[in-house]
Design a protein around this ligand. Structure first.
Ligand SMILES: [Zn+2]
Length: 352
């Protein structure tokens, strides 16, 4: 069962970190500080050699009633009775589907239909998904509790923690049309701690966590700037809202149970987001044609200005320049970055 991520953890009591051992070519060296030490359910580190406590409840390794089929049978998922039944049959402890609903952008009768309608974004709490994925004995032996490369955060509260990078991806090829004017495409998540063999081969190694709503409209709105901006903002703010439960665990470790049965202090981090170029552009808040990772000029991607895009740099630029300068000179789409929530409600699903 996932634990409350907000509870305060006792301060770590640790010996002074030793200088990391010298790496030989054959040997993989574990990170000296983020070493994924087992702890108890309250976050207190255990003496070396302590056995993990027995699992008292069936591990949530079975995602029934969901299975791989859900990833591909998203067609009509809002309206198909089967899915409602599946949602209804969700076991306690699984991550249930929930729904975010937008406020209509406009109410006037002369406003286009896409602006007058409300959109639903279906998602499962990513923190609950991660907790279930970590607490899966099937993954024991194919799971790393410490990174093998050098990631050193000079923050004593993360000592002994398990670095837990989250991987994301989306799949536009499974887009489905639920009504005439909204399409959905699924977003997936996985854990960097899992070995690649598991991520590729095990059905619970990659799970759908969101269905992005993609508004459709008449052809005449294809190039309408307001409609295009709204679609980008809806995507961006959906992702921000759905991922918000992960935030506490990104700065303070949260106790999670692992495949080997031990509890550990997990510290979340965003790993790669695997998506095509147009989606990378939306994620980065950058302009089509520009690099989503650095500020090289779109006409000269190998040129001089190749600083990385960072939150700090973007914040500075947003404070200094108007939207047209940001767009033309820096490839920054201010409209995406200033997207805020449109949320009318945060529901618990069609049956809840
Ligand atoms: Zn670049």
């Amino acid at each position: 069962m996932p634990l409350d991520g907000d509870q305060a953890l006792p301060p770590p009591e640790l010996p002074q970190p030793q200088a990391p051992p010298r790496a030989s070519r054959e040997e993989r060296i574990r990170h000296p500080f983020l070493d994924g030490r087992p702890c108890d359910e309250a976050g207190n580190f255990l003496p070396p050699g302590t056995q993990p406590p027995p699992r008292t409840t069936a591990p949530p390794d079975d995602w029934s009633p969901y299975d791989d089929a859900v990833q591909f049978q998203v067609a009509d998922f809002l309206f198909q009775k089967q899915l409602y039944e599946a949602i209804d049959a969700t076991k306690v402890g699984d991550a249930p589907w929930q729904c975010l609903q937008t406020e209509p952008l406009a109410v006037g009768e002369d406003a286009p239909a896409w602006a007058r309608q409300s959109y639903e974004i279906w998602y499962r709490d990513p923190d609950a998904i991660i907790a279930n994925m970590l607490d899966n004995p099937d993954f024991d032996g194919a799971f790393d509790t410490a990174p093998y490369d050098r990631i050193y955060e000079d923050d004593p509260t993360t000592e002994g923690a398990m670095y837990t990078p989250l991987f994301f991806g989306s799949d536009k090829t499974t887009v489905s049309v639920a009504t005439g004017d909204v399409e959905y495409h699924p977003g997936y998540m996985s854990l960097g701690n899992l070995h690649n063999t598991i991520r590729r081969g095990h059905r619970n190694g990659v799970v759908p966590f969101v269905f992005f709503a993609i508004p459709k409209s008449d052809r005449k709105y294809d190039n309408d700037p307001q409609f295009r901006t709204f679609k980008k903002q809806l995507y961006h703010s959906s992702l921000a809202a759905v991922l918000s439960s992960l935030k506490p665990g990104m700065t303070n470790p949260v106790v999670r149970r692992c495949p080997d049965g031990h509890f550990r202090r997990a510290i979340y981090d965003f790993g790669p987001f695997i998506a095509d170029y147009p989606e990378q552009v939306m994620l980065a808040g950058s302009v089509q044609g520009w690099c989503a990772k650095c500020t090289a000029l779109s006409k000269d991607l190998d040129g001089d200005i190749q600083g990385r895009r960072t939150h700090g740099l973007t914040d500075t630029l947003l404070g200094e320049f108007e939207a047209d300068i940001l767009w033309d000179e820096y490839g920054i789409d201010e409209d995406i970055l200033l997207a805020t929530g449109y949320w009318a409600s945060r529901g618990s699903g069609p049956l809840g």
